[in-house]
Design a protein around this ligand. Structure first.
Ligand code: URA
Length: 205
């Protein structure tokens, strides 16, 4: 564990961070570096996102299940069968929220969510939790579609302590999985040290 990795000592109880290993720190160092190419940014941010999603899946409920192994032995394990009704296959939804320049408030521009989302667990992915405004708006949209707060797991790459505090006090029973907690925000509400504008680095050639 690297003590320096987490700027926020007292985390809300609903917040889980990835193990702050040297390997993870190396991945973050690459994506934070302004000289990293877009190709490497994509590759290494995807690696972190995969770790985050795996951690998110650890928070879905399981039920006991006994199987027989090829050696004829019984193995008492677990499976996600409790979720079978709702989790037959993963469905992807999309929400586009941008800051309204007139009101400075997050504004919903577009959402397309699975029809049966109310019966599902939702992993909500948003790479950068800065003030928390957009993430809170996204949760509102999902809850308006009938998903209870405690069935949503929020996954993100980098959080600010301010954003985490805002988000968790608004949705205390919603679990947050974050890869790294940074120092804070600058006067433009960018996370520092951060990695700049995630969308620009990932999508702009
Ligand atoms: N969104 C980003 O892409 N970067 C930040 O630092 C904050 C919000």
């Amino acid at each position: 564990m690297h003590a320096k990795a987490t700027a926020c000592d007292k985390l809300p109880p609903s917040v889980y961070t990835l193990p702050q290993t040297a390997q993870l720190e190396a991945l973050y160092t690459i994506i934070r570096d302004k000289n990293t190419s877009r190709g490497d940014f994509l590759f290494y941010s995807d690696r972190i996102i995969r770790l985050l999603v795996e951690e998110g899946l650890n928070h879905l409920p399981v039920i006991p299940k006994v199987v027989e192994t090829p050696t004829g032995s019984k193995y008492e394990g677990a499976m996600e069968a409790g979720l079978r009704e709702v989790c037959r296959s993963v469905r992807i939804g999309k929400i586009l929220i941008q800051r309204d320049e007139e009101t400075a408030q997050p504004k919903l521009f577009y959402s397309k969510l699975p029809q049966d989302i109310a019966q599902r667990y939702v992993l909500l992915l948003d790479p950068m939790l800065a003030t928390g405004g957009s993430a809170m708006k996204a949760v509102e949209v999902i809850m308006q579609h009938g998903v209870p707060e405690d069935r949503i797991i929020f996954i993100n790459l980098i959080s600010s302590p301010e954003g985490l505090a805002n988000f968790c006090s608004r949705f205390p029973s919603l679990k947050v999985i974050t890869g790294w907690i940074d120092k804070g925000l600058n006067d433009k509400a960018y996370i520092i040290p951060g990695l700049g504008d995630f969308g620009e680095r990932r999508y702009c050639v």
